[in-house]
Design a binder for this molecule. Structure first.
Ligand code: 3H9
Length: 690
């Protein structure tokens, strides 16, 4: 017996309880006593059957991720499962909460699996850049078939108990006290004397697998992997399971796991797993939170509507305010249409759509915001307009209501300073479409009260957002670094690179799209308007806008778009324009390689990240990674810009920045002191405090 694994008895059925909060991960201090318990129960003639269950909120949620990259302490998970399979009396996993990764693999080592009706089962290792390394790729297809196993393992998405039951992964689903049901289930099997066969010796699923359908599906999934190694390895391992003898497939799985666990991609993805959880932590975790029952959103345009949907989807009633009845109806109509699309795609039921729409209350009267506990404005990006809105809020909002702005750039201290309750003001910078994008930059202004901040961090989690707390500066973390990333775009064009060469360098790096594709998608007029407001120019982009080329929405931007097409084709007119502008400036075009493109776009972005850390706009380097992966499509296999800087080597980045600084004299290339220190120490020195 140990604190982490306890064995009790219900007559002749032994119940093994794993108790390792918070998620019952299979740490060494669990595996070791679990092994002892299994060996002892195996030889105990008074035991007719064994149930493995968990204390707390969930079944085992996987191997202990913090142990990866360290020497493995025996017994490992595989040894545990081998021992389980040598037990000649029925073994039953009783699954509640989530059985994930090594947790599901442990359950696959049992003869039977029973589940609570609300349980979810899956092999999410791919999301950590891994494959199931405890026999999951080899045992799961034996129960559910190769194609289903392939889908589950390559997507990493868990399935519910009912689906698992239908697929043959779970033998029974119960409501009520699961352990009692599992004990009765085990006792009944033991009484009948079987049949029970270890999963390794079953072939129900394998017989059903159509290899051609499997290969077609695997090829399709591989295309979507975008440079990630793990999904490819997962597919290979499942194919082995359906084509090779069990032991050979298991050995191959092991070899693939060992390669992946040591890879930079998996290190990057594990870094992100912990980074996302860390980002949501504030100093003083016992800070009381304010009660949030109703949300107010001002502005029913694309942004406001999306924000309102994000809260309605999270179960919050929303008061949506517009200036006119017409604008309100338009906004509500768009929301209804968006939900209807989800229904037609099968991602939302008609019932859920009705429930969500019932959360909305439209209004054109500010007084209606008096009942809201959090009010977010998503009006025109202009300081005078924002101040006017906040002035009205100051007059009508209830005491203690949190007043948030969705500004992308404006000085929130100035907005807060214009009203009588700056302690209640903060920024909630959603990304468009706000009901879909996971990232939420929570902007702490100088006077924001700690409980207001703690409340919105908690709320963000409740509505499924990945939250990062940042400080006030122009563009906060994401857009400020985006500006640094784009600062050389025009220069690269003028010096000889084409938009498609630059975009290709980005997509080869792993970005979903390059900067010009992104500009065309977002609308080039947005940046144009911003530049004009700040007295800035960008010769190529400005000229395109002057010609009415705003990107996809006008069928022409940096690329040409056939009617309705999302992918653009290079436009000789744009290339001629670039050459003309270069000639006007006496620039002789030259060949520019992918390496130079990356150095002149991504290195300044890292440099800006270092400045952001120096200024304490972000608390940790890993927070910046979370922003970039969740808001801007930075490739997850590279772990975010600051993690990638470590892979790339700080010394190299500094050396190349200095080179470009000498060449161009531009400030974006002047290495930040923190970056120089990082180059020497290999660390960003910021991870300890928030
Ligand atoms: C694997 O199994 C490999 C095997 O195939 C092969 C081995 C040879 N380990 O997410 P939460 C921590 S790979 C260590 O906020 P929730 C987490 O960091 C694994 N720690 O809770 C956090 O710590 P803190 C495959 C873990 O309720 C705390 O637990 N499994 C692990 O929102 C609470 O987590 C997975 O990938 C872990 N495995 O969600 C599942 N899991 O409080 C990963 C969590 O200090 N886990 N922690 O910040 C999850 O998806 C979610 O945690 C879960 C609960 C859905 C379970």
């Amino acid at each position: 017996m140990s604190d982490f694994v306890k064995v009790s008895r219900d007559g002749d059925v032994a119940i093994v309880i794993i108790d390792n909060p918070p998620v019952n991960a299979l740490s060494f201090h669990v595996r070791d006593p679990l092994m002892h318990a299994l060996v002892s129960l195996r030889g105990d003639v008074s035991v007719a059957a064994i149930v493995i269950a968990c204390a707390g909120r969930t079944f085992v949620a996987g191997a202990d991720i913090t142990e990866f990259g360290k020497p493995v302490q025996q017994p490992d998970l595989r040894a545990l499962i081998v021992t389980l399979e040598t037990i000649a009396k029925p073994t039953v996993a009783a699954i509640h909460g989530t059985a994930l990764g090594g947790g599901l693999e442990l359950a696959l080592g049992c003869h039977f699996r029973v589940a609570d009706a609300g349980a979810r089962l899956g092999l999410p290792e791919v999301k950590l850049g891994l494959l199931p390394g405890g026999g999951g790729t080899v045992r799961l297809p034996r129960l559910v078939g190769g194609v289903k196993a392939l889908r589950m393992i390559v997507s990493g998405t868990p399935i519910g108990a009912a689906e698992a039951h239908a697929a043959g992964l779970v033998d029974a689903v119960f409501e009520g006290d699961l352990t009692t049901h599992a004990v009765n289930f085990a006792r009944e099997i033991a009484r009948k004397g079987g049949p029970f066969t270890p999963v390794r010796d079953r072939d129900d699923g394998l017989k059903e697998t159509d290899l051609r359908a499997f290969d077609a599906e695997a090829a399709d999934l591989a295309r979507k992997a975008r440079g990630l190694e793990a999904p490819i390895a997962c597919a290979q391992a499942v194919r082995n399971a359906v084509t090779l003898p069990f032991d050979e497939a298991l050995a191959a799985e092991r070899a693939l796991f060992v390669t992946l666990v040591g890879s930079d991609q998996s290190r990057a993805q594990r870094h992100l797993f912990f980074a996302e959880r860390e980002a949501a932590k504030l100093p003083g975790k016992d800070t009381p939170k304010r009660r949030i029952a109703r949300i107010g959103v001002i502005g029913a345009g694309t942004m406001g509507g999306g924000i309102a949907m994000a809260f309605a989807n999270g179960g919050y009633p929303v008061t949506l305010l517009e200036t006119s009845g017409e604008a309100l109806q338009r906004g509500l109509g768009t929301i209804e249409k968006n939900y209807a699309v989800s229904v037609s795609r099968g991602s939302l039921t008609e019932d859920a759509k009705r429930q969500r729409l019932a959360q909305f209350k439209g209004s054109t009267d500010h007084a209606d915001l008096a009942e809201c506990d959090l009010i977010i404005e998503a009006v025109f990006e202009d300081m005078a307009v924002k101040k006017e809105v906040f002035g009205k809020l100051d007059a009508v909002a209830k005491p203690g209501a949190i007043l948030a702005t969705n500004t992308s750039y404006l000085d929130i201290n100035e907005i807060a300073g214009s009203i009588s309750r700056p302690q209640d003001v903060l920024g909630l910078h959603f990304f468009s479409p706000a009901n879909v994008m996971k990232l939420l930059e929570i902007v702490r202004a100088e006077k924001t009260a700690p409980d207001a901040l703690a409340t919105v961090v908690d709320l963000a989690r409740r509505i499924g957002k990945v939250a990062v707390v940042v400080g006030v500066c122009h563009g906060f973390v994401g857009n400020r670094m985006l500006a640094a990333r784009g600062s050389e775009s025009e220069a690269l064009l003028l010096e000889g690179a084409t938009p498609s060469q630059i975009d290709k360098a980005f997509t080869d790096f792993g970005w979903p799209m390059g900067p010009f594709q992104m500009g065309d998608l977002a609308g080039l007029d947005i940046g144009w308007r911003n530049r004009k407001a700040r007295g800035l120019t960008a010769v190529i982009a400005d000229t395109l806008c002057e010609q009415g080329r705003f990107g996809q929405k006008t069928g022409r931007g940096f690329y040409l778009y056939e009617a309705g097409a999302r992918a653009g084709v290079p436009d000789p007119e744009v290339e001629a324009l670039i050459r003309d502008k270069a000639a006007e400036r006496g620039i002789e075009p030259r060949a520019i390689g992918a390496e130079e493109i990356i150095e002149r776009t991504l290195y300044p972005m890292i440099n800006e990240g270092a400045k952001i850390l120096e200024e304490k706009i972000a608390a940790r380097a890993s927070d910046i990674d979370v922003v970039w992966v969740n808001g801007y499509g930075f490739p997850i296999g590279k772990g975010g810009p600051m993690f990638w800087a470590g892979l790339e080597g700080g010394a190299r980045i500094v050396e190349r920045l200095e080179h470009w600084f000498r060449q161009t004299g531009k400030d974006v290339f002047k290495p930040a002191p923190l970056l120089k220190r990082m180059a020497e120490t290999g660390s960003w020195e910021t991870d300890a405090t928030a």
